[in-house]
Ligand binder design. Structure first.
Ligand SMILES: Cc1cc2nc3c(=O)[nH]c(=O)nc-3n(C[C@H](O)[C@H](O)[C@H](O)COP(=O)(O)O)c2cc1C
Length: 291
């Protein structure tokens, strides 16, 4: 039992009822500062100390996939580092890979807060973020700077694969989704070891309809044509699809030589929850948000 489990978690989750998004924002801001200073003496020392305590390496956990070396199979999922500000810090936590984003071509504020809720009784969370991010051009700038710092980094921590996950901008109509995805990909292709097409978030109106064959095919086709660096491309799918729909997506994935599928995004299923309603908003959980 560590200090987080024993003191911090009970305090944040029930005692102080701290806003989960505020905690995440503070944490990311700290990691951002550490990344910007990762080559200073204190930055290198901090990363080294973190890796000594939190990192591990074992040959039986390491694997090579798509020409990339993953030191272990536990990675940071998309949604935590939405603007890609801490790519040099995630390996020090012991992650075997980190997926940055979701980033959209246009910067956007996301849904109005509160939009992230803990359900402690269900060991779960409700996510209604809506792709809040600073946009693909800003992420490209951030990643160019952090790649430069990584080249100069002396701390002895392993290099991990970095994925870039991108979605459709909310202001872009669904009919223009192909070009919106391509614009983000053009800007970010040089910085990700692999890229992920997100068509499965429940929080951008209509986004999940892009998983239908008719809408997904032109997106995968266009992105593979743009993929001049020949790096792995993946599609992130929803957990609420019917088996036939999954089979149809797998067909497209093979046809357009995508490297794989990320399973899965946030569910919209509310069955089996112990929590009846979100205390802070009064929303009943049996109904989906927006219904
Ligand atoms: C607060 C929050 C924000 C998320 N944001 C994104 C996102 O921007 N893009 C994305 O592809 N997935 C996002 N996800 C989904 C996670 O990446 C992950 O796919 C999902 O939580 C399912 O994994 P789990 O069952 O381990 O929670 C988010 C999840 C949460 C809880």
């Amino acid at each position: 039992m560590d200090i987080f489990q024993l003191v911090l978690r009970p305090l944040m989750f029930s005692g102080l009822k701290v806003d989960p998004e505020a905690v995440q924002r503070q944490f990311i801001a700290t990691c951002d500062r550490l990344d910007r200073n990762c080559n200073s003496p204190w930055g290198q020392w901090t990363l080294q100390q973190m890796y000594q305590r939190l990192g591990w390496s074992d040959d039986c956990l390491a694997q090579s996939l798509w020409g990339l070396s993953f030191p272990n199979p536990i990675g940071l999922a998309a949604g935590f580092d939405k603007n890609g500000v801490a790519s040099n810090v995630w390996p020090a936590f012991g992650f075997g890979f980190a997926e940055l984003g979701t980033v959209t071509h246009q910067a956007q504020p996301g849904n109005p807060p509160p939009r992230l809720f803990r359900l402690p009784d269900d060991l779960a969370a409700i996510n209604r973020m809506g792709f809040n991010n600073q946009g693909a051009a800003q992420m490209a700038k951030v990643l160019a700077a952090s790649q430069q710092r990584r080249l100069e980094l002396n701390a002895e921590i392993p290099r991990i694969p970095i994925g870039v996950n991108f979605g459709k901008s909310k202001v872009t109509p669904l009919e223009e989704a192909v070009e919106d995805y391509c614009q983000s990909f053009r800007l970010l292709q040089p910085y990700g070891d692999y890229s992920v097409v997100n068509v499965s978030s429940p929080n951008t109106p209509g986004l999940r309809s892009l998983q239908s064959v008719e809408q997904l095919e032109p997106i995968l086709n266009a992105l593979q044509q743009e993929n001049t660096s020949n790096k792995p491309l993946l599609v992130k799918i929803a957990p609420d699809l019917a088996w036939e729909d999954i089979a149809a997506i797998l067909d497209l994935v093979q046809r357009y030589q995508f490297a794989g599928v990320i399973a899965t995004n946030t569910t919209i299923n509310r069955e089996g929850l112990k929590t009846d309603k979100i205390a802070i908003t009064g929303d009943r959980l049996r109904r989906r948000w927006g219904d």
